[in-house]
Write a protein that binds this ligand. Structure first.
Ligand code: GDP
Length: 356
């Protein structure tokens, strides 16, 4: 009898697909694919699941996801609300998440909806984030009037910041009145946050002397308000002293463009002391700058800034993904390492090749 297979390593025909999986059940577990219209409708209705999924598209680096995300963002931009965007920064351990939890709950008790987003440059490192994401702000994240989203990971700061800015638009379309963007004082993250918020709040600790030495001058200059956090218990006396010192430090800076005069306040995220008066300051800022039109021009400036940022990003991507550049780059780099060519000449050669 003729054998069909001489080798033991043949592939047997096997059986038909086992029927142990109910295809209907399988369908249920697969993520439902929504159309752009479904996404936009859901977001406008305040559906937080669809909002989350749309943000995932923004955060994705897949081209097809990005195209979808772009369309959703564009549609949502037409439905902006009268939100206020607040940036909150401070060193790790200053009490940011405790403060935001307390501040957010106070806002919700006033009937407002609150979104909390984060920009955490440390989350780009494989060792995880300083902001420590999901376990934080437990009460707020389970409150139906709040939406808490951790920082997107794995991108350069510029990419994370752009994605967060787009996420802000989706949150606004979803009806969130206060958008809080939290960051930790690492790298240039405060500058990135500052370029997308209306109001910038700096949290500091009651030990003024040490604090001011460690904090970057530019960050203090950006602040619309300094909150001396953890002003409770035995630290209160020292906190009052620190408040006066911070207040003096603020006087050293030139007046702000919008004519707003920053001040220092005492607060405690833990006890809730001062939280309400910080919100009063934010409201006063909104009134002041909307009346003198700074609010509007500031947002317009930010839109312009982001347009230019996008152009630079796109040009950079186009350049480095260009076939001719990819082919030429290693050779030019070798010439550079061998001191055969200067950096400027190398750049010029590559740019000429790109333009040609
Ligand atoms: P973050 O790293 O800036 O987000 O800081 P956390 O909110 O996680 O707080 C760091 C530590 O400080 C925790 O142990 C908190 O319990 C404590 N903490 C936060 N806010 C306050 C406060 O207002 N007063 C006091 N005494 N401790 C606080």
């Amino acid at each position: 009898m003729k054998k069909e297979h001489k080798s033991a390593l043949h592939i047997s025909s096997g059986t038909d697909n086992p029927g142990s999986f109910d295809p209907k059940l399988l369908q249920k577990f697969r993520r439902k694919k929504h159309s752009i219209e479904e996404f936009v409708k859901g977001i406008l209705e305040g559906d937080s699941v669809l909002l989350s999924q749309a943000i995932t598209l923004i955060e994705s680096n897949r081209e097809s996801d990005q195209i979808e995300a772009e369309k959703i963002v564009a549609a949502c931009l037409e439905h902006k609300n009268n939100s206020i965007r607040i940036g909150i920064t401070g060193s790790p351990g200053v009490g940011k998440s405790t403060f935001i939890e307390s501040f957010g709950k106070m806002l919700i008790s006033k009937g407002l909806k609150v979104a909390v987003l984060a920009i955490d440059p440390s989350s780009q490192l494989s060792h995880g984030s300083i902001l420590g994401d999901k376990t934080r702000m437990l009460e707020l994240s389970t409150n139906p009037a709040a939406f808490v989203r951790p920082s997107p990971a794995g991108d350069a700061l510029g990419g994370v910041a752009r994605k967060t800015r787009e996420t802000v638009f989706l949150c606004e379309a979803a009806g969130y009145d206060v958008i809080i963007i939290e960051t930790v004082g690492v790298g240039q993250s405060e500058t990135a946050v500052h370029s997308m918020v209306d109001f910038f709040l700096l949290l500091l600790l009651p030990n003024a002397g040490d604090e001011l030495q460690g904090i970057k001058r530019g960050v203090v200059e950006m602040a619309d308000l300094i909150a001396v956090n953890k002003s409770d218990g035995p630290a209160l006396a020292q906190a009052k002293l620190a408040k006066a010192q911070y207040q003096n430090a603020l006087h050293l800076f030139p007046p702000k463009n919008g004519g707003w005069i920053p001040s220092a306040e005492l607060c405690s995220g833990l006890s809730g002391m001062g939280i309400e008066s910080i919100w009063e300051k934010v409201e006063a800022y909104r009134k002041h700058t909307q009346e003198n039109n700074y609010w509007q021009s500031h947002r317009a400036e930010q839109a312009k800034y982001w347009m230019h940022e996008s152009i630079l990003q796109h040009l950079k991507d186009m350049f480095y993904h260009h076939a001719k550049i990819k082919a030429l780059l290693p050779e030019i780099e070798q010439a550079l390492f061998a001191n055969k060519i200067s950096s400027f000449k190398a750049a010029k050669l590559l740019l000429d090749k790109f333009i040609e």
